[in-house]
Design a protein around this ligand. Structure first.
Ligand code: DP6
Length: 322
């Protein structure tokens, strides 16, 4: 019997970072992390469970090799004795450029594949499954702010996202300076493995990050933007310091990234509440209040051609299941 399901998921940006795995096969993180889900950007994925043959189409192109294999391996996790499947997925933003495309991709795939397979999972179980595809995907099942707890178990069943529930929505914006939209030179997985194995700074990142997650979560609950951005910048700085001190060095920042950081620091000195973060790519994301977003955008636009203002997104959702 052929069944089909379509899901949409938004990417998320880490406010306090996930970097380094305590178990590579299960994508178990070295530390907990904290994220915000973005609006407007999304991945839309349709899974046909019971096709003529396995077929993976990403952004309109049929893919093969390791990219297709990563998707097929994920489908095997949903059901080891599965029938051939067709997966058609497209994102409306640049993939593999540090804009968290794997977070929306595997979150949408987890939701669509389980629905197409006729399975219904609890949110935490679905998050554990999405994590197996890409760690950050376990946070994209929820909208708003999400806390991914590291967990202690070897099987990873306690390592999943959970929403940080605020009394009322907090109208923040993420202003993205697109320094460079091309694919990154070193993928996150390889960058993490190398950093953990060789960087003398990595243990410092791990030692501090857990406390930053808790302080960041409290700052969210207390709507304390100043503390939140200080946790975000500290986690970002320690993560990039650990990347830079890996052997060979993992370097994602570009000269344009540093110019944007200086511009954000200057804005903050002038009294605008804001702070920066960067992931496995040169793009800079700036967190600020909605009322300040235009001012932040204009300041960044002096340095970078493409500046996008994004709001806070909702949860991953099924849009069709036949
Ligand atoms: C820098 O989730 O893409 O964006 O688990 O190997 O697929 P894999 O890595 P991925 O890494 C995201 C790293 C980060 C920080 C973060 O999102 O927390």
């Amino acid at each position: 019997m052929t069944r089909q399901a379509t899901a949409i998921a938004h990417p998320n940006i880490a406010l306090v970072k996930y970097w380094g795995k305590r178990d590579r096969a299960l994508n178990l993180p070295a530390t907990s992390s904290l994220s915000v889900t973005l609006d407007r950007f999304h991945t839309r994925t349709t899974v046909t469970w019971g096709a003529a043959q396995d077929e993976i189409v990403l952004d309109g192109v049929e893919v093969e090799g390791h990219v297709a294999q990563r998707v097929l391996d994920f489908l095997d996790l949903v059901e080891p004795a599965r029938p051939p499947c067709r997966v058609v997925s497209a994102s409306n933003f640049p993939v593999a450029a540090g804009l968290a495309s794997s977070s929306s991709a595997f979150s949408a795939l987890a939701l669509a594949a389980t629905a197409a397979a006729g399975r219904s999972l609890e949110p935490a179980e679905l998050s554990v499954l999405a994590r197996r595809g890409s760690g950050s995907a376990c946070r994209s099942l929820w909208g708003g702010f999400v806390h991914w707890t590291r967990g202690e178990r070897d099987d990873g069943l306690d390592s999943h996202g959970q929403p940080v529930l605020l009394d009322e929505p907090w109208d923040l914006r993420v202003v993205v300076a697109v320094v460079h939209a091309g694919p990154k030179a070193v993928g996150s997985t390889e960058g993490m493995v190398r950093t953990r194995a060789t960087s003398p700074v990595f243990p410092v990142f791990v030692a501090e990050n857990e406390a930053l997650v808790l302080a960041g979560r409290d700052a969210l609950l207390g709507r304390d933007l100043e503390t939140l951005v200080s946790c975000m910048e500290r986690s970002t700085t320690l993560m990039h310091a650990s990347m830079l001190t890996a052997v060979p060095s993992v370097r994602y920042l570009a000269p344009g990234s540093l110019a944007v950081l200086d511009a954000v620091d200057a804005l903050r000195m002038s009294g605008v509440g804001c702070g920066w973060t960067m992931d496995a790519g040169p793009n800079v994301k700036v967190l600020c209040r909605a009322v300040d977003a235009e001012r932040v955008r204009d300041a960044l636009a002096l340095h970078i051609e493409q500046v996008l203002v994004l709001g806070i997104g909702g949860p991953a959702r099924l849009v069709e299941a036949l």
